[in-house]
Design a protein around this ligand. Structure first.
Ligand code: FES
Length: 575
């Protein structure tokens, strides 16, 4: 492989020793660096999504120091660039409203500064796709370093997963079977330390997919946040990205149709978050790879669930990691993967997982002893012409073929106001509908898709019902929840036309979703439908509303997903 020369470093446009570089050299000296520390060295930008409002990333300040150590060791010059931190719990109305904001910020931070290579520090749900989308578009040598997951916990003798545990016990609180004091114990146990949710939610799914795509060091996604290996891997990533700069190994050399197919197969084998369908499609489009929702469905039929991890399975992430983690699971499904895909190590996926070993075959199953046979299904029909998704492995088998009467909630506020009302006309066979919570309608497609079971049903012992929405749901959620209905109700999709009492049928084995109302009646309703008032009149919200695509297209902005390269910034020194 031909090595890049110093003169070919991108940062030389700023630090090239010409009169116009005086200003930039002067600023590096101003920051306290000697010339020998930065001149002629690859500049590595560490994009850090640390924030006081994101406790999942509380340890990323120290993690960045470990990266810097590695960059110095390899002869690079590390610089830390803070970026928007999307703490899943705090960011409202939905962190998804800002995923593309982080993507734009990442791309432009890298573009406008003298950066030769990048380390991305993220982990909490949208931070992984946000960082990766921007880095793919900028296409500099890049390694993604995941934050790692929070510690494990138990409650009443049961494993307690982040989010999943709270969802599991919430109906017991509503039914009066848990005291407020006991609920405080539940709250304490959701996240027992810094780090991302410790189940196979969106965070663990997306960090695993980053690794399978070839954008992280091997095993990086299977390390707990508070494990010393996190810092060790961060330093190793710092060393490696300097080599990648000299080798000019970029995301465009790594990401292919095959690597995205590998990632989708891994997502299904993990029993991964439904949110990953949206993010992976967006990432593929940025990378110029061909990958669609239909591809996901075909893979969902082919690949079984091997990771026995909540919410589809029994264990939690620290146990999955101890059992060998992602490399071990991949070693159990090599027959399904393209092992020749290149990765940031400069080696192939197959070479990276050589020697990986499953330490517990109940936690990481083999292809002939899976946890479940279907982790993801894409349904289509007159209620969702462009598709919607469901996680069969996390839903009640008795509801996989179901027909019932619609109980419609107009939006998230309406849901909150009426779902637990004693007057709600509902029975266990009802189909709960929530609309106007999609990409534009939400706005930002919040995780409202796991509608709560109405209190009067909980009191009758009902724990699952068919729920349909244009929202997403947390990757830590479970239940017979049909999500991402496209097109969404807010732009006049068929979900907008459903009325209370309409018969709705889902048939997961046949991949269908049907609104049993005749076409003439639907036409009349369509004529009478009026678009809701816009949410935003200015600013980011308006930009988002005008540009965001539908769920089956990845919810990216058309202006961002274009492969047209932007020019390098013009550099005119002021001195
Ligand atoms: Fe941050 Fe779950 S809340 S990963």
């Amino acid at each position: 492989m031909t090595k890049k020369t110093i003169e070919q470093l991108r940062s030389r446009r700023w630090f090239g020793g010409t009169p116009q570089s005086t200003e930039h050299t002067g600023h590096a000296l101003q920051a306290g660096y000697g010339r020998e520390e930065f001149e002629g060295k690859p500049v590595i930008g560490i994009i850090n999504t640390w924030s006081d409002m994101n406790p999942c990333h509380a340890h990323l300040k120290e993690r960045a120091e470990a990266v810097k150590r590695g960059v110095w060791q390899a002869g690079g010059f590390p610089v830390e660039l803070p970026a928007m931190s999307l703490g899943e719990g705090y960011v409202k109305p939905s962190s998804m409203l800002y995923r593309n904001f982080l993507a734009m910020e990442t791309e432009e931070l890298l573009r406008c500064h003298p950066i030769d290579g990048a380390i991305l520090l993220g982990g909490c749900d949208k931070t992984t796709p946000g960082l990766l989308l921007g880095a793919i578009s900028m296409n500099l040598p890049t390694i993604y370093c995941p934050a790692g997951f929070t510690m494990g916990a138990t409650f009443r003798g049961e494993r307690f997963g982040s989010g999943t545990g709270a969802f599991r016990w919430a109906p017991e609180l509503i039914a009066g079977k848990l005291s407020p004091q006991e609920w405080q114990t539940v709250e304490q146990k959701i996240w027992s330390s810094p780090g991302t949710c410790n189940v196979m939610g969106t965070a663990s799914t997306m960090t695993a997919l980053a690794e399978v795509l070839g954008l992280s060091l091997p095993g990086a996604s299977s390390v707990p946040a508070m494990d010393s290996r996190g810092h060790q891997l961060a330093a190793a990533a710092g060393r490696r990205v300097v080599e990648m700069v000299w080798d000019d190994l970029k995301p465009s050399d790594i990401l292919t149709n095959q690597s995205f197919t590998n990632a989708a197969k891994t997502c299904v084998a993990l029993g991964g978050s439904t949110n990953a369908t949206i993010h992976l499609i967006a990432l593929a489009r940025r990378a110029g790879a061909s990958f669609t929702l239909e591809d996901f469905d075909a893979i969902g039929k082919q690949v079984p669930v091997l990771a026995n991890v909540q919410p589809s399975g029994e264990y939690i992430m620290p146990e999955f990691a101890d059992a060998g983690g992602l490399p071990a699971m991949l070693s159990n499904m090599t027959a399904l993967l393209d092992l020749d895909c290149l990765t940031v190590t400069g080696q192939t996926l197959g070479e990276n997982i050589e020697g990986a070993r499953v330490e517990n075959d109940d936690i990481i199953r083999s292809l002939d002893n899976p946890v479940a046979t279907e982790a993801l299904a894409v349904l289509k029909g007159n209620l969702a012409p462009n598709g919607c998704v469901i996680k069969p492995s996390a839903s009640d088998p008795a509801l996989q073929k179901h027909r019932g009467k619609a109980v419609v909630f107009e939006n998230a506020n309406d849901l909150a106001a009426r779902i637990h009302s004693p007057d709600l006309e509902v029975d266990p066979s009802s189909v709960l509908i929530l609309r106007n919570v999609g990409p534009k309608g939400g706005p930002g497609m919040a995780e409202n898709g796991m509608l709560p079971i109405p209190k009067k049903m909980v009191e009758q012992g009902v724990r699952d019902m068919v729920r349909i929405s244009d929202a997403r749901m947390s990757g830590t959620s479970f239940g017979t929840c049909v999500l991402h209905v496209s097109p969404e109700a807010y732009i006049g999709g068929p979900l907008a036309l459903v009325q209370n009492g309409d018969e709705i049928e889902i048939n997961i084995p046949e991949r269908s979703i049907t609104l049993h109302v005749d076409e003439a009646e639907l036409d009349q309703r369509r004529q009478a439908w009026a678009p809701p008032a816009p949410h935003f009149k200015r600013g980011w919200g308006l930009l988002f509303n005008d540009n965001v695509s539908q769920a089956h297209e990845g919810c990216d902005f058309e202006i961002l997903s274009s492969r047209e390269p932007n020019p390098e910034p013009a550099i005119h020194g002021k001195i």
